[in-house]
Ligand binder design. Structure first.
Ligand code: HEM
Length: 468
């Protein structure tokens, strides 16, 4: 009997404790005018449920509280917006105080002049400097020849091999960017640069705990190594007498202030912009390329149609001829495959903003410093927008207007819309061109693919490649 009474008391105590803990965050963050929702546990909030249940967590909360609700995710009070119109409003209103809200670890490691860390006129200036390097004219005259040469050589010796296409597309995204940034010198620095860059990426995705052996500490050290590599490269170039190159690379143009000398950046700004370019195109391009290979393998009709497009481009050329900008522009089915891959795999789940003051949005008052998660994933599976949304159907993108709809947020929207969209599409298209015209492939099988919180194959995605 005594044991039973103790047991009842323990259960009773645990119930009280759980209720008190769950109330803790509700009381701590209680304000008038907040959207509906729950704040979860102290410190953790609802992060564990979010990471464990993934998209189901968001759908569940939306069914209870509507498309604009409050939560506590990844250490911060957060408003989740799943409403297409509100998402648009949030993305176009940076000037009203809705600035990027990426985690501290990311900002620390990517640098103070990183594009996500600067706002207002400083952002306009950095973005202008970047657009000067990657606009369509630069892609045509300067970048595409480098991308072409790189992709051709990157896929050149895969015949009769089993390769991990995840690893290869990661290397590809990094090395192709480095080639565009540092020209021929990229060859001599890539061996030291690449492992540091991979550590830097891991660091940005970790909790900002500065202790030995944490990914954050390793990422921060990797940043310092990368900064010193780039500083040496800048100094070497300053020392070298022949600055005028035949074929200018991004670093050359940045040191010159852009093609027209309009954007004078300090060395620190140049370094952070280079890290931004490497970082922003890395996971997006590599994962989209890997998933395109996966979907093409699983959908032979799409593969056949895509291969037809590339074989007919090659048929007009000699084997050693590079792809031209006109070839790239003619790849309409390839473009459709890339968009359909980004949509179906949801390479980017959403983007983060934070409020710089108390703000009224959608009739609610969002307190200063709260994060806003513009969660775009569900738009990708909306049957009203994409009929039969779970089918891999690139043909739906052949109507150009699909790409120009305002709910299309695969590349973000508003003031921060991806400036690297065309460059990214050009890189993936060139990769697909050389891969498809050279090889057939089969999956080895048994590899796991995770779709959330990031799209990745935890043990790699292995394929057996053979030439036609
Ligand atoms: C398939 C490829 C790509 C996808 C899906 C993609 C996606 C995105 C998205 C969703 C955003 C919006 C972020 C936000 O609003 O906070 C963005 C911004 C950005 N992207 Fe991309 N991106 C891709 C390729 C690239 C490439 C190749 C570059 C190389 C320069 C790049 C550079 C950037 C930069 C610098 C920003 C921030 C712009 C700003 O803050 O003004 N992206 N990208």
């Amino acid at each position: 009997m005594a044991m039973f009474i103790v047991f009842v008391w323990v259960v009773f105590f645990l119930c009280i404790l759980t209720t008190a803990l769950l109330k803790w965050n509700e009381v701590k963050y209680k304000r008038n005018g907040l959207p509906p929702g729950t704040m979860g546990w102290p410190v953790l909030g609802e992060t564990t449920e979010f990471l464990k249940q993934g998209p189901a967590f968001m759908k569940n909360q939306r069914s209870r509280y509507g498309s604009f609700f409050r939560s506590h995710l990844l250490g911060c009070p957060t408003i989740v917006s799943m409403d297409a119109e509100l998402n648009r409003y949030i993305l176009v209103n940076e000037a009203k105080g809705l600035v990027p809200g990426y985690p501290q670890s990311m900002l620390d490691i990517l640098g103070k002049c990183n594009i996500a860390a600067v706002h207002g006129s400083a952002h306009k200036y950095m973005r202008g400097a970047l657009l000067g390097l990657i606009n369509p004219t630069m892609i045509r005259d300067n970048l595409l020849p480098k991308i072409d040469e790189f992709m051709r050589s990157h896929v050149s010796n895969w015949d009769n091999k089993i390769i991990d296409i995840q690893e290869k597309t990661k290397e590809m995204a990094f090395l192709s960017s480095l080639r565009q940034i540092a020209g021929p010198e990229s060859g001599s620095i890539s061996e030291a640069f690449m492992p540091e860059f991979f550590k830097l990426v891991l660091g940005t995705l970790s909790l900002p705990i500065n202790l030995p052996n944490t990914n954050y500490r390793r990422g921060f050290q990797a940043r310092q190594n990368i900064v010193s590599l780039l500083r040496n490269l800048i100094e070497d170039r300053r020392r070298a007498s022949s600055q005028e190159k035949q074929e200018p690379d991004m670093l050359y143009l940045l040191m010159k202030g852009g093609t027209e000398g309009k954007y004078k950046l300090s060395d620190n700004e140049i370094i952070d912009l280079i890290i931004t370019i490497l970082y922003s195109g890395y996971e997006t391009i590599s994962t989209t390329s890997m998933m395109a290979v996966k979907y093409l393998h699983d959908h032979p009709k799409v593969l056949e149609e895509l291969r037809k497009e590339h074989v007919s481009i090659r048929a007009r050329k000699k084997p050693e001829d590079p792809l031209t900008y006109e070839d790239f522009k003619s790849m309409s089915f390839t473009r459709a495959v890339i968009f359909e891959t980004s949509r179906l795999a949801t390479i980017v789940n959403g983007v983060l903003r934070k409020t710089t003051k108390d703000m009224e949005i959608n009739g609610y008052i969002i307190p200063e410093g709260w994060k806003i998660y513009v969660y775009t994933r569900e738009i990708n599976y909306d049957p009203q927008i994409y009929p039969d949304p779970l089918a891999f159907n690139p043909w739906r993108w052949l109507d150009k207007s699909t790409e120009n709809q305002h709910y299309f947020l695969i590349f973000g929207g508003g003031t921060r819309q991806c400036p690297g969209k065309e460059l990214g599409v050009a890189e993936i298209s060139t990769f697909l061109h050389y891969f498809l015209t050279s090889y057939r492939w089969e999956e080895v099988g048994g590899d796991k693919l995770m779709k959330f919180p990031r799209v990745e194959a935890p043990n790699g995605l292995h394929i057996k490649v053979s030439s036609h």
